[in-house]
Design a protein around this ligand. Structure first.
Ligand code: SPV
Ligand code: MG
Length: 431
């Protein structure tokens, strides 16, 4: 009897999957791989069922002889171990990242004469409906809100990208890269006060009011499923912050980060070149405690951001604050720096981790951007936020197009740098 291997990364079995299994069963004993949660997140979308539940779902299919867990999106380990005579796969190789997977399967099978059997991929209105329902489920507030805590358990570092509109939300949601050995995408989104304000042509001084900030969140939420971390600036006065916590929770935001400043807040990247005042430990701890007290859901996170390094108050002050804010109830600590080198951030992380191995650490490497995610994770960082890169990418591109049109008195020269009209009108999926 020949052995046939096919791998699934789905929460729901529909007729297309059953067809693949049926075709596989005509060739021999069917072993099904279930892609593990951590790889599902990289490759596809966040699973709404656990690996165990997905294994069980496939074990119940009569034509399946055995179910195993596939731990990596590439097939090296499973093919190396099972040496199947056939790998059966749907022919949907156009989907993001799929070309690399096809190459990987073919090259592994070639080493011992195994064969890739492609089954026409079924995508009809009823499958499309199931697909949409999955996306809808992932975007519901209860599901979305809890996902950041789940991610913290599943991935070595939560990669978070700034978004400030529906369009940037779509980029965060859909951008996938494949380098032939792995596939990757962002885990979460950051609603930056800097970018939300700049997008509106306003300074980052808590001028854009909460109602407007909630609109941005809503625009992003309408078209995405990934968890959201909200930049709550100083949190405002405590009496207002408690309402903000409730509103964010209800919307399905996963976390708010508030910074220990008081009075007129200016952007941290100004450092000490402008006047900024740090809140006292007591005052800020009370704000965190009030927020935690107001919180209704289990999973929402209030993260305390420490500005001591930005304001040149020293490492000891930063650490003292970190432990105090954690003790006041903060679910995580964000430490910020505007130095070019990551040294002070790494020192903070190492020293914090010596005493606390649990509380998540968040960093924003805008100025010390040389550091990699892997290095940060080695020093105990759990969440990395790329806080402003999408906005900074868009502005020069738009300015260049405007200058070109003004210079040439026509749009012809600018056009070669632009997205095609066909692409822009088909960019947004219709329901
Ligand atoms: C933001 O993105 O608004 C931030 C991070 O608060 S920073 O701009 O680096 O202060
Ligand atoms: Mg900010």
């Amino acid at each position: 009897m020949k052995t046939v291997y096919t791998c699934f990364c789905t929460d729901v079995l529909h007729e297309g999957h059953l067809n693949i299994i049926h075709e596989a069963s005509k060739l021999g004993t069917v072993i099904v791989g279930v892609l593990c949660d951590a790889e599902m997140i990289r490759y596809n979308r966040f699973p709404t069922k656990s690996t165990e539940e997905r294994v069980k779902m496939l074990e119940e299919v009569p034509e399946v002889d055995k179910v195993i867990v596939q731990n990596t999106i590439m097939y090296d380990d499973v093919i190396g171990e099972l040496h199947p005579d056939y790998v059966v796969h749907g022919n949907n190789w156009d989907a993001p990242g799929m070309a690399g997977i096809k190459e990987n399967i073919i090259s592994l099978l070639k080493t011992y004469g195994g064969e890739l059997v492609e089954v026409p991929y079924t995508y009809n209105p009823s499958i499309q409906k199931i697909d949409r329902q999955m996306i809808e489920k992932l975007s519901m507030p209860e599901f979305r809100r809890s996902r950041l805590r789940k991610l913290l358990k599943l991935v070595p570092i939560v990669k978070t990208i700034e978004v400030h509109s529906g369009l940037t939300g779509l980029i965060a949601e859909k951008t996938i890269v494949s380098n032939g050995t792995a596939i990757d995408q962002f885990d979460a989104m950051w609603i930056s006060s800097l970018c939300d304000s700049t997008e509106k042509g306003k300074p980052d001084i808590e001028l854009v009011d909460m109602t407007s900030r909630y609109r941005t969140i809503n625009d992003v939420m309408e078209v995405t499923t990934k968890p959201i971390i909200f930049d709550g600036d100083t949190g405002g006065i405590t009496e207002h912050f408690v309402y903000t916590v409730r509103s964010l929770e209800r919307m399905g935001v996963s976390a708010v980060i508030i910074e220990d400043k008081t009075g007129l807040k200016k952007n941290s990247l100004f450092g000490t070149t402008v006047e900024q005042t740090q809140a006292s430990i007591e005052e800020f701890s009370a704000k965190i405690a009030a927020g935690k007290q107001a919180q209704l859901s289990e999973d929402f996170m209030i993260i305390a951001r420490i500005e001591s390094l930005i304001l040149e108050k020293g490492m000891e002050d930063a650490l003292k604050r970190a432990f105090a804010f954690r003790d006041a109830g903060a679910d995580g600590i964000m430490i910020h720096s505007r130095r070019k080198e990551p040294d002070e951030i790494l020192e903070f992380c190492d020293r914090f981790r010596r005493e606390d191995q649990k509380t998540p650490i968040v960093v924003v490497p805008s100025s010390y951007n040389i550091i990699t995610e892997r290095e940060l994770a080695t020093h105990g960082v759990n969440i990395v936020i790329y806080a402003n890169q999408l906005l900074r990418a868009a502005f020069p591109a738009m300015e260049k197009a405007a200058q070109s049109i003004l210079t040439h008195h026509r749009a012809y020269e600018a056009d070669k740098e632009l997205m095609s009209i066909k692409d822009i009108i088909t960019l947004i999926d219709e329901i």
